[in-house]
Design a protein around this ligand. Structure first.
Ligand SMILES: NC(=O)c1ccc[n+]([C@@H]2O[C@H](COP(=O)([O-])OP(=O)(O)OC[C@H]3O[C@@H](n4cnc5c(N)ncnc54)[C@H](O)[C@@H]3O)[C@@H](O)[C@H]2O)c1
Length: 392
């Protein structure tokens, strides 16, 4: 059997809890260390995984047992944590969005290249098998050229408990930095050519959550095809209704019964400190790995409704497969249920680090997605179309 990658984790918060079921069960990875300023998280990690813990990210990066670092700290620390890991020659999996500015993203790519290490950006939903399989199906040419992509996602993102900077766009808050990174990644994965320019609008209509809660973007591609992306995190309609009430993680949801829960929950957090505390209660530390197991019959992760319109069929990735709406009939190309959620992330990381295969989700890939997220903000602010120059 292959030796697992020895992984060190920076940041044991929400993102880590979503990758924990993957890291804890994928045979090609072993968690050997973690760093987090929260003492309860460190203590729990040490006792549950028999692994080393550090208060400072630098000590984790310096540890000789760590081969690859998963950076899951808040966005504003990403650039420093990537530079640290690169300084100690560790390979890096950096959460999306890789950075808050193009200059930071480019710096990350440069330091990784100089240190001769692999830099991958993820998890993002473009790692999910239904999208990867849809891309393969497009590649066969059986459905004709891709002409248009439509992506729509409505969630309760803005009403989940947040740190103050998550509600401040200038600090990386809002749905464009955090959620467009997924949607843009998925659309880019399925696109027939690179993006040329975009025009976007953003919305910020709840003064108590003063950042972008929704956006819509029209992207023109080099080959004349186009994509339309819409997202709302305002916790009213929920696109999971279109996905058979499968949630983002592929879990079965209660659907109608859970209506309004995010807003109701938030009413209990009366102050900023109360909301931070509520957020931390959802993180790793106060509760351990058992709380983050994804139970029951599991389907694939998804990021809302996506329809790829080819000349001879619409392809619709779903948690169980890909629905094909052809000229004469429609059918479902079924996918097997995942044995390990988000296994694709570790598969790609392992292939890159151990087998030296160029990753799809490279630093350059992440930079192209970041450029589109920043262009959405700029277009909305200045009311004009934005040309794109970092697309791969
Ligand atoms: N891919 C996904 O599905 C997904 C989901 C959620 C978040 N994310 C991304 O993950 C990143 C973190 O977001 P989050 O929601 O987990 O935030 P979070 O606040 O829940 O967790 C961040 C963690 O980092 C810790 N931290 C803070 N400063 C640190 C430092 N200097 N060194 C080490 N740890 C530090 C915090 O104590 C906390 O445990 C963001 O970039 C976000 O966009 C990705």
């Amino acid at each position: 059997m292959s030796e697992p990658l020895k992984l060190g984790i920076i940041g044991l918060g929400r993102a880590f809890t979503l990758m924990l079921p993957t890291f804890a069960s994928h045979p090609l990875v072993k968690m050997v260390a973690a760093s987090d300023p929260r003492v309860d998280a460190r203590e729990r990690f040490a006792s549950e995984f028999g692994a080393k813990v550090f208060e400072e990210a630098q000590a984790l990066c310096a540890d000789s047992d760590v081969e690859t670092v998963y950076v899951a700290s808040p966005h504003q620390f990403h650039v420093d944590h990537v530079k640290l890991a690169a300084r100690y020659g560790k390979h890096i999996l950096i959460e999306k969005p890789m950075a808050l500015t193009l200059a930071e993203g480019k710096e990350m790519i440069e330091v990784a290249a100089k240190a001769n290490i692999k830099l991958l950006v993820g998890h993002s939903h473009s790692y999910d098998l239904p999208y990867l399989r849809t891309r393969e199906m497009i590649g066969t040419g059986a459905y004709g050229r891709v002409r248009m992509i439509s992506a729509l996602n409505f969630t309760d993102f803005l009403y989940r408990p947040r740190r103050p900077e998550e509600l401040d766009t200038s600090a990386g808050g809002g749905v464009v930095f955090s959620q467009a990174a997924h949607q843009v990644d998925v659309v880019r994965l399925l696109s027939p050519s690179t993006a040329k320019s975009l025009r976007a609008f953003t919305a910020n209509w709840d003064a108590s959550r003063p950042t972008e809660g929704a956006y819509t973007a029209q992207i023109g591609l080099e080959d004349g095809s186009f994509a339309s992306l819409t997202y709302s995190g305002y916790a009213h309609f929920d696109t999971d209704e279109f996905m058979g009430w499968r949630g983002e993680l592929g879990q079965m949801r209660e659907g109608e019964i859970s209506y309004g829960r995010a807003r109701q929950g938030l009413r209990n957090a009366r102050t900023v400190a109360g909301e931070i505390e509520m957020k931390n209660r959802r993180a790793y530390g106060p509760t351990g790995r058992d709380a983050f197991r994804v139970e029951g019959d599991l389907a694939h992760n998804h990021f809302g409704l996506v329809i790829v319109s080819c000349e001879r069929a619409d392809l619709r990735p779903l948690p169980h497969g890909i629905a094909v709406y052809g000229d004469e009939k429609r059918h479902l190309e079924e996918l097997p249920s995942p044995k390990i959620p988000r296994a694709e992330v570790v598969d790609e990381l392992y292939d890159a680090v151990v087998r030296n295969r160029p990753p799809l989700h490279s630093g350059e890939w992440g930079l192209a997605t970041l450029e589109i997220c920043l262009a959405i903000l700029e277009s909305a602010k200045n009311g004009r179309e934005i040309g794109l120059t970092c697309q791969v």
